[in-house]
Design a protein around this ligand. Sequence first.
Ligand SMILES: *Cc1c(COP(=O)(O)O)cnc(C)c1O
Length: 222
Amino acid sequence: MESVGSALERVRERMAKAAARSGRSLDEITLLGVTKIFPAAVVRAGYEAGLREFGENYVQEFESKSAELGDLPGARFHLIGHLQSNKTRKAAELFQVIQSVDSAKLARRLNEAGSKLDIYIEVKTSDETSKSGADETDLPAIVDAVRASSNLSLLGLMTVPQWSEDAEQSRPAFAHLRELAGRYGLSKLSMGMSNDFEVAIEEGATLIRVGTAIFGRRAKPA
Ligand SMILES: *Cc1c(COP(=O)(O)O)cnc(C)c1O
């Protein structure tokens, strides 16, 4: 299997090409390594290869891994999977960034947990009945709730478009997210995964979430 280091190098080359194509600077695009399902040793391998931002989907799974990851200076962990309101306290303890805020109630709960958190609001950009992501119509109330929360700092919007082999299928969702963020004066856009991050960069992504292209294929979740 390809090493994390060389896979990472190839991802960075793809990022550089997409940035150059769209006249953007690489410095404004953060690469988030998505390590869900993989053991702590893989997070560590990513860190050693130079990654500092990591994405995890499951609070419980990350809780057990994080015990083995206490000594990674400068590493930041983002929750990118759906967050249930009964896990907000634990999530606020374990993560520095929550990208999956999809209700005003969840924002208030996170604020009450008492840790300082960077926040993205996750928005549904496809009709697919996915379990997470706010409807656009709820966005004003969620933006207000996050902005009214002294422990929360609202960075931007996040989305997961309907999966497709063809990355071009994601472009309208990405363009729409950028337009929505502009309406609320938000500068950060978390969008793009292994198969479509170049398109996301062309459409203004400031953070891409990449798992498979760096770490290889995941086992199915238990
Ligand atoms: C798993 C996951 C990713 C990474 O997906 P890859 O296709 O492996 O790059 C990105 N974002 C979210 C929300 C995910 O759940």
